[in-house]
Design a protein around this ligand. Structure first.
Ligand SMILES: *[C@@H]1O[C@H](CO)[C@@H](O)[C@H](O)[C@H]1NC(C)=O
Ligand SMILES: *[C@@H]1O[C@H](CO)[C@@H](O)[C@H](O)[C@H]1NC(C)=O
Ligand SMILES: *[C@@H]1O[C@H](CO)[C@@H](O)[C@H](O)[C@H]1NC(C)=O
Ligand SMILES: *[C@@H]1O[C@H](CO)[C@@H](O)[C@H](O)[C@H]1NC(C)=O
Ligand SMILES: *[C@@H]1O[C@H](CO)[C@@H](O)[C@H](O)[C@H]1NC(C)=O
Length: 513
């Protein structure tokens, strides 16, 4: 890929100053006589002061850009807990390694900066305004990583795909940090419309950190909301992940406004159980009733839609074009049309089938002129294939909330981190804390009390984790995933997973104990 030169790299040819100076006019001669020429020593002294000053300013500036750009302006370097990238911090004062984060010295960090602990106990400083992640020398021993008595020791390897847009970019530094695990693989796509400076500072801070060598970036593509280019983008990501790494077991796609409720080390172990990864289980939401499928088919499939991103222009329109033309198939196709949500957890065998099989290519063509094909493609492909249908667990393990106190949110789900005036978090309990999911969405704020509470009480990636709560939460998730994967034949007709006691925990429902 050719690198785009940065403006400062193009040195402009300035005309020489001397040539521009006009010939001295009689007027300027008079002026020169009036002001006596200053003595040469004074000139030298003033010049040296100016040169010294310029030198000081420049050297500070280069220091800042080369090494310390990512430092908060007023960090207290004498405090070992605040010292970054400094080898001595870890070797001289091992005691500092186990200090709880609350004992960090007076808060000198920027308001947009935050300490985040990843699944293996590495400590990072993330900044959701500068879009950077900086590793600390510190580590935090996490009890949650030793929970094999609950989830066993067998790991599944996960390939994460993160689709990032302008709106959810601020979430990315923290999301990648909590999600990061040395043995997974990560692929990030930035929307083509995003400002290059934003993505550049993020990519740079990732590149400067050796730990993130398993984080990769995809070439930016144009994506039309609700168009087939969204699905194509996901399929390209699967293809790229399949070819770059032949050992991952699960593909999970996320957007910036998702957040993990389970420590990713434990996520790997839950998926790694013999009755999950060993049976090639794929997790997909299947919409609850067939009436729903009929309705969406009429509005989304029976008319021809055109996704301008298919036109290969440099700057296509970003609006899906709805035509009044009826779809030539007149809605009659030989397979079952059905709907799911766009989030998926695909087993590698099904992921491969989605991008490399002839039937997947045919289905892609069939759905390419519809609206929102991404909510139909994977589920139709799996459901209509006898083998993959038998591997489906009808849930994507995302906690999404459409109802609060009986009130529906409308076309989009609720933002779950909006707290009410008295500081209570309406989606915490009942809600997120009992969701039994891997992820919750969607969030409005890059930092919030809800995110911190999730780290502390659910995933356990927090210096002061409540281990009892984390254990309870992990046991519940493990049971729920096991229940979904079991696919009891008695539930064959129940697509909305009530036997796994999920709906009981949705917000608005009273919990029974
Ligand atoms: C997951 O993939 C689907 C299919 O392409 C896409 O529509 C959806 O936006 C993705 N979900 C997330 C959370 O990125
Ligand atoms: C799982 O998928 C692999 C191919 O990736 C296949 O060899 C194996 O037979 C499948 N197992 C089951 C139980 O379907
Ligand atoms: C897929 O499995 C479901 C049960 O989970 C069943 O009702 C449905 O008929 C199957 N689909 C096909 C096309 O056989
Ligand atoms: C806070 O306000 C919400 C609704 O406004 C109410 O349901 C809740 O009980 C209040 N919580 C407390 C602790 O007062
Ligand atoms: C669901 O919960 C009810 C009580 O809340 C319990 O009686 C039932 O056994 C549970 N079902 C499953 C499958 O766990």
């Amino acid at each position: 890929m050719a690198r785009i030169p940065y403006p400062h790299q193009e040195v402009e040819q300035m005309p020489s100053i001397r040539r521009l100076r006009p010939a001295p006019s009689p007027h300027s001669k008079r002026l020169r006589k009036r002001f006596k020429r200053p003595r040469p020593q004074v000139v030298t002294i003033i010049a040296s002061i100016v040169i010294l000053f310029v030198f000081l300013v420049l050297s500070r500036a280069t220091l800042f850009t080369s090494q310390y750009t990512l430092l908060p302006e007023s960090s207290d370097a004498s405090n070992p807990l605040n010292r970054r990238n400094s080898k001595s911090a870890s070797s001289n004062s091992p005691a500092s390694l186990v200090l709880p984060l609350s004992q960090r010295q007076p808060d000198t960090k920027k308001p947009s900066e935050h300490t985040v602990i990843s699944a293996d106990g590495s400590v990072f400083y993330v900044d959701h305004q500068a879009f950077t992640i900086v590793p600390s020398q510190r580590t935090q021993p996490l009890a949650v990583t030793r929970m094999s008595h609950i989830v066993g020791d067998t790991d599944a390897k996960i390939a994460f795909f993160l689709q990032i847009s302008d709106a959810n970019m601020p979430f990315l530094p923290r999301l990648l940090t909590v999600l990061w695990h040395p043995s997974n693989v990560y692929l990030i796509h930035f929307d083509y419309k995003m400002a290059r400076e934003k993505t550049h500072s993020f990519r740079q801070s990732v590149a400067q950190n050796g730990k993130f060598s398993n984080v990769h970036f995809m070439q930016s593509e144009h994506i039309t909301y609700m168009g087939v280019s969204m699905l194509l983008n996901t399929l390209s990501a699967i293809e790229q992940l399949l070819s770059m790494d032949d050992s991952w077991d699960y593909f999970i796609n996320l957007s910036g406004s998702d957040y993990p409720l389970v420590n990713v080390a434990n996520m790997r172990r839950i998926l790694g159980q013999a009755h999950i990864v060993g049976r090639n289980v794929t997790f997909l939401q299947v919409a609850p009733n067939k009436q729903f499928w009929v309705r969406t088919k009429e509005t989304r499939f029976n008319y021809v839609f055109y996704d301008p991103a298919l036109g290969m222009q440099d700057t296509p329109s970003s609006e899906l074009v709805r035509t009044k033309k009826e779809h030539p198939s007149r809605g009659e196709i030989g397979i079952q049309f059905l709907q799911s949500e766009a989030w998926v957890i695909l087993h590698r065998s099904f992921a491969r089938f989605s991008v490399r099989s002839a039937v997947a290519r045919k289905l892609l063509m069939l759905l390419s002129m519809m609206k929102d094909p991404e909510e139909h493609f994977f589920v139709m492909l799996a459901w209509n294939d006898a083998h993959f249908n038998s591997t489906l667990a009808h849930h994507a393990l995302r906690g999404i909330y459409w109802k609060l106190d009986g009130k529906r949110s409308g076309q989009h789900p609720y933002y779950i981190d909006d707290d009410v005036e008295n500081g209570s978090l309406p989606f915490w309990d009942p809600g997120v804390v009992h969701s039994r999911c891997f992820f919750a969405r969607k969030f409005r704020h890059a930092e919030s009390a809800l995110l911190d509470r999730i780290d502390r009480m659910m995933s356990g990636t927090h210096a002061e984790a409540d281990m009892k709560a984390v254990e309870d939460s992990l046991i519940a998730v493990k049971e729920f995933v096991g229940c979904l994967a079991k696919r009891d034949p008695a539930w064959a007709d129940i697509l909305w997973h009530p036997p796994c006691n999920y709906t009981e925990y949705a917000p608005g429902h009273k919990r029974q104990r």
